[in-house]
Design a protein. Structure first.
Length: 638
């Protein structure tokens, strides 16, 4: 008998198993009996064809995963088919029915050996499997199902794109959480549970995919399953969930003020998601965020005491093409996340996360996604409901094409119009509005063990009484030693964002505008450097001593791109400036270390340390002692 198994069970709250069993029994009594599964070789008649839509994986930055594809008839019963992510849309021969199966895939989509607890449909590594978590429980043909027909689910998915410096988590047999190890539960592949196996999860809750629960053969269950994809009547599906976290921060020379700052960040989120077939969706998400005991005033992203993080509806407006590809309209408050997240991100490190309000149209096909949007940023009010910033309009079009498995190409146009007083400071100190357009492209992915990422951006427009022209790019390469112990991976990068060599004295403003980025992930965990007026040569190493422990280190060499321009922080604010340029361009070198412990399907513990070894620019423009950060975060997702 495994002595750790009894110990692990003793950690669970008393009465939990009884409560869960009672809940499961009640749900079972209210749920129609599942269809009779036919042997794989038996074909049942179906009068309508089906289309194959890949079910991609969500991921946190630095993580990439894959999950099974979902095949949905047009119209008719939901069919699950094992196909590689990125597969072309296909039409099944009339008169055939593929009964639900859950394939086992590596993070790159290749099949692996697995048992009933394999990775199909779930998070392999730290990524959460994403997609339109709409209605549609898998059933057999109409003559086989018990009770009324299940709602037909939406035939689209929203893939979570790979960020830069991504890591490929381990697969294969092993313990995927601390509780697995304590209980002796060695799995043959990653569990299906779709939340991230990491303390941070930038993809939105509304993109998490719980479709594996539709498989009548599924044996990977959780005590919160009764809240996921619950059928209401003949046409509705309901899902609920959320998370709570607490992070303790210790900061030396906090924000380059020379002061010490220690405080605790707490956050709670809860969401409810309703789908009516694949036609209409209503989604709402609550957030409470607070900062306890800080020595310095809390940042705007630290506190939001009760508000709506997301509140929108989706409506299918039409279909196009031979495969009847759907086009949806989303209206309301909504998070945005695109591409590498260098320009548009939910900013999950922030206690409040970033959100917008407006309208978005989007369509999804097997290999191509296309979005257009026009939104306004939300102004966070600590003790009142948030309001829209009516002086800013952020709009754009974003196209993503996946030419082959594990690779993606982005092409985009973005425009930010800001008419707030003093939004821009132009020539000779004149203040005014700005309008900045960004055109960019990115190609990222892997070719075997080689990892690559390249992105270029050009900006043009107006800046107070100046024109605006700026540029930025990132290029990096890495390698995964997947056959070595600990699955080590290494990256080397160069990031550049232009600065203004003669600020406020010429007719053209040349400092890049970083828009709404996930700067914390890319430009150092101290959040002292933004993607503006900077050169950054950086390196990353990742290793997995076990499948539930992640070790990560980054090293940055920061230099200003223009000596007379400022050092801009993670939010784009000016932290230090020497208008003469005599302080030089040596900002310093930053070391970031972190370790993540995946305790269970619901829990993660993250510990990190960061230090900026201050360069001459920091020492000559203010308090010059090295900024340091220690942090400890616990999160529970449900």
């Amino acid at each position: 008998m495994n002595p750790f198994r009894s110990f692990a069970r003793s950690l669970r709250p008393a009465g939990l198993a009884v409560a869960v069993s009672a809940t499961a029994a009640t749900a079972a009594a209210q749920t129609p009996a599942p269809p009779v599964a036919l042997p794989p070789a038996v074909a049942a008649p179906v009068q309508t064809p089906a289309v194959v839509v890949p079910s991609p994986a969500a991921q946190v930055p630095g993580v990439v995963t894959s999950v099974p594809a979902v095949v949905t008839p047009v119209p008719g019963p939901v069919i699950v088919e094992s196909v590689p992510p990125g597969a072309e849309l296909q039409t099944l021969p009339p008169g055939t029915l593929t009964l639900p199966t859950v394939p086992d895939l590596n993070p790159d989509g290749t099949p692996v050996e697995s048992d009933v607890q394999g990775p199909g449909g779930g998070a392999a590594g730290q990524g959460a499997s994403t997609g339109a978590a709409g209605p549609g429980r898998a059933v057999g043909s109409g003559s086989q199902q018990a009770g009324p027909p299940a709602p037909t689910g939406p035939r689209w998915q929203t893939p979570a794109p790979r960020p830069g410096i991504f890591a490929v988590p381990p697969t294969g047999p092993g313990y995927y959480s601390l509780f697995d190890a304590l209980e002796g539960n060695e799995r043959k592949g990653p569990p299906k549970y779709p939340y991230a196996r990491f303390a941070l999860q930038p993809p939105s809750f509304f993109d998490i995919n719980w479709r594996y629960l539709d498989d009548p053969k599924n044996t990977d269950h959780d005590y919160f399953d009764f809240l996921k994809r619950r059928r209401i009547g003949d046409n509705w599906i309901f899902t609920a969930g959320g998370d709570v976290w607490s992070r303790t921060m210790w900061e030396q020379n906090s924000r380059l003020t020379g002061r010490f700052n220690d405080y605790n960040l707490v956050r709670t989120r809860a969401y409810a998601d309703f789908w009516y077939d694949d036609v209409f969706r209503l989604y709402g998400e609550f957030i409470y965020a607070d900062s306890l005991g800080p020595n310095l005033n809390p940042l705007p992203i630290d506190v939001n005491r009760s508000d709506f993080q997301n509140l929108f509806f989706d409506l299918k407006v039409f279909e196009f093409g031979e495969k009847d590809n759907p086009v949806y309209l989303r209206v309301g408050r909504q998070e945005l996340l695109y591409g590498s997240q260098r320009l548009i991100s939910t900013l999950d490190w922030a206690n409040t996360r970033r959100t917008f309000q407006g309208i978005k149209g989007f369509t999804r096909t097997a290999k191509t996604d296309f979005d257009v949007f026009a939104v306004q940023p939300m102004r966070i009010s600590r003790n009142e409901l948030d309001s829209v910033d009516n002086n800013q309009i952020f709009s754009g079009a974003w196209l993503t094409h996946r030419p082959k498995q594990g690779q993606a190409i982005d092409l985009y146009y973005l425009n930010l119009d800001n008419t707030n007083p003093g939004a821009a400071t132009g020539r000779f100190g004149a203040t005014g509005a700005f309008n900045v357009s960004t055109v960019g492209t990115r190609y990222a992915g892997n070719e075997g063990n080689f990892l690559f990422d390249a992105e270029g951006m050009v900006q043009f427009g107006s800046w107070s009484n100046q024109s605006h022209f700026a540029q930025a790019f990132s290029v990096g390469g890495g390698y995964q030693f997947k056959d070595c112990p600990w699955n080590p991976q290494f990256w080397a990068y160069y990031d550049y964002a232009s600065g203004d060599p003669d600020p406020r004295n010429t007719g053209t403003h040349r400092t890049f505008n970083q828009l709404f980025p996930f700067g914390h992930y890319y430009m150092g965990y101290l959040d002292l450097v933004g993607r503006q007026n900077i050169n950054d040569i950086n390196f990353q190493a990742v290793a997995y001593p076990t499948k539930w422990i992640t070790l990560l280190t980054q090293y940055h060499i920061f230099r200003l791109a223009a000596d007379k321009d400022a050092l801009y922080g993670a939010a784009g604010q000016v932290l230090r400036r020497d208008p003469t340029g005599r302080a030089g361009n040596d900002v310093g070198n930053e070391l970031d270390l972190l370790v993540n412990f995946h305790l269970s399907n619901h829990q993660d513990l993250l510990f990190g340390y960061s230090r900026l070894f201050a360069g001459d620019f920091i020492k000559r423009t203010g308090p010059g002692n090295d900024p340091e950060l220690y942090y400890l975060q616990y999160i529970y997702r449900w």
